[in-house]
Design a binder for this molecule. Structure first.
Ligand SMILES: NC(=O)NCCC[C@H](N)C(=O)O
Length: 529
């Protein structure tokens, strides 16, 4: 008990016991084992988490309100294990250089998030954090010098903390071993592995001695896809791709078991399979209910968009709509059906919101391609399947009469003008400045996948030159993240006054993973607009 008294966050034994009881109801608190589990660093971190719990809120009701808290995952060693033979199965188009993706790219994302969301962690300390002696420890989850921000929340740490509970650890090990087909001996070994190490194994697929026991989950950096905050609810994903199944399992456990989400357990929405899915012969996915977070956008307090895409099925959208209406989470859901193609895997790869009256979109999605049925070819050959995009709006009040939008741009205009009451005309910025072939080239490297850190201030890749021109023409400032960070550190610029800006982030390696900053963020708290 002595070391517990010494912990700097500890005010009384009673408080600790109460906290342990609340957070880890399955632990035997009177047994000596509980003091082994609750080591000093664990107690310190978790009491801190417990203080955070008191004020912890989940609430996102737009895509663009000032970002306050989000879940992220920094590129882990699993990304460095992607091999060419597996790259496509693991949903990467290429292999990435781990050191560059971390130090040369993702670290800038963390720095920028810190200045906006948790400035005390970074302001005035940048030189020290980035010094050679510091060895990037600030950016390494589970390292004692890790930033441990309570606003920029690292999933790996949530996982480690949750795995301290023996009963949860056993259950999750069994579940992971079942989906990964591990031997019983491996299962027992994993059950006895310390929490931090186990979290790393679950994510990287590799033991501390470098033996690979299952595939990595390199797509966990795209935290957007594992769930979506819709007001004060969290809609969990149901992945279409096998490569993303373990991520989903880990996140399901975190949302249902980590003390941080204690107050929100009843607000977690899970999409069930429909009976027809089990009863149909063969493997055809006709009734599969898949839905990934990149297809879900919370565009205004009462209105969610769901994309039907390569990853989200019509049945997945159907089940999500039923859950959202039955539980009174929103009043209106619009389904945007986009072509089922790898290039457009999720809705957020073809458009995102920048300001209440401004969107960035790929024009061929904004307006469906023109089709002339009287062209001679259409009499000579079966007309090719149209790559049409449609938008259909369902309301809880009047489910029998969904509203059809002429095209996606009409829907975006309706959101800007009617949902968000913009006082200015709606502006559409097109990928590649709407010029062939830059439109589709730049969409492929995430020109449309931007993260709004506050209204009008968005993060995007530095490689989409024509889209950058379009932003400038629409009146936006464009700034390189390295210059911005220097200016934030020196005080020349401050996060409150910066407006209408596209922040360019280094992207040579990150873009090979096929997602941008919208994909790399799971906002859990934004200010109201
Ligand atoms: N929302 C997103 O579009 N996320 C990007 C996911 C990229 C990942 N490599 C995947 O194919 O699932």
């Amino acid at each position: 008990m002595v070391f517990l008294m010494a912990s700097k966050h500890l005010t009384s034994d009673t408080r600790l016991t109460e906290y342990k009881r609340m957070s880890y109801p399955n632990s035997n608190l009177s047994s000596p084992f509980s003091y082994l589990i609750f080591s000093d660093s664990f107690v310190t971190t978790n009491l801190f988490m417990s203080e955070q719990n008191l004020n912890f809120k989940v609430n996102v009701n737009t895509e663009i309100g000032r970002l306050r808290k989000l879940l992220i995952h920094s590129p882990d060693s699993g990304l460095g294990k992607v091999v060419p033979s597996k790259a496509q199965d693991w949903l990467f188009e290429d292999i990435v250089h781990l050191d560059t993706i971390r130090k040369g790219e993702y670290d800038y994302y963390i720095k920028l998030l810190m200045y906006f969301l948790d400035p005390n962690k970074i302001k005035g300390k940048l030189a020290e954090i980035d010094s050679e002696e510091a060895n990037r420890n600030f950016y390494k989850p589970n390292h004692p010098e890790f930033h441990n921000s309570t606003a920029v929340i690292e999933i790996q740490n949530l996982l480690s903390e949750m795995l301290e509970d023996e009963s949860i650890r056993k259950k999750l090990v069994a579940a992971v071993c079942a989906i990964e087909g591990c031997t019983y001996k491996v299962q027992i070994e994993l059950t006895q592995t310390p929490a931090k190490e186990l979290a790393e194994i679950f994510i990287s697929g590799t033991l501390a001695n470098d033996t690979m026991i299952f595939a990595p989950i390199p797509n966990l950096i795209f935290t957007r896809d594992v769930g979506t905050t819709i007001n004060n609810h969290i809609l969990l994903n149901k992945p279409a791709k096998k490569a993303r199944v373990r991520e989903t399992l880990l996140m399901r456990y975190i949302f249902f078991n980590h003390p941080l989400f204690e107050g929100y357990r009843n607000n977690i929405l899970e999409i069930p399979d429909v009976t027809m899915h089990f009863l149909r012969p063969g493997d055809e996915p006709a009734f599969s209910t898949t839905l990934e977070g990149g297809d879900v956008m919370m565009v205004s307090p009462n209105h969610v968009l769901i994309g039907c895409s390569e990853r989200t099925s019509e049945h997945g959208a159907n089940e999500a709509i039923k859950l959202l209406f039955d539980q009174n989470v929103v009043e209106k859901v619009t389904v945007v059906k986009i072509p089922n193609k790898r290039d457009y895997m999720h809705l957020d790869t073809v458009f995102t919101q920048v300001k209440r009256n401004t969107w960035v979109i790929l024009n061929s999605i904004a307006h469906s391609p023109k089709y002339n049925p009287y062209e001679p070819i259409n009499f000579l050959k079966e007309p090719e399947k149209l790559e049409a995009t449609t938008a259909i709006q369902f309301t809880k009040a009047n489910p029998q009469e969904p509203k059809h939008f002429e095209h996606v741009e009409a829907l975006l205009n309706d959101i800007s003008q009617n949902d968000l009451k913009s006082t200015e005309p709606t502006k559409i910025i097109y990928s590649g400045n709407n010029t062939f072939p830059y439109d589709s080239r730049e969409q492929w490297t995430d020109s449309c996948n931007l993260l709004a850190i506050k209204e009008g201030v968005v993060l995007g890749y530095d490689r989409n030159d024509k889209t950058v021109e379009a932003f400038k023409a629409a009146g936006f400032d464009v700034v390189d993240v390295k210059d911005l960070i220097q200016d934030l550190e020196s005080g020349k610029v401050n996060t409150e006054t910066i407006t209408d800006t596209l922040i360019l982030m280094p992207s040579a390696e990150l873009s090979r993973a096929r997602g941008g900053f919208h994909c790399m963020s799971l906002p859990i708290l934004r200010d109201n607009l």
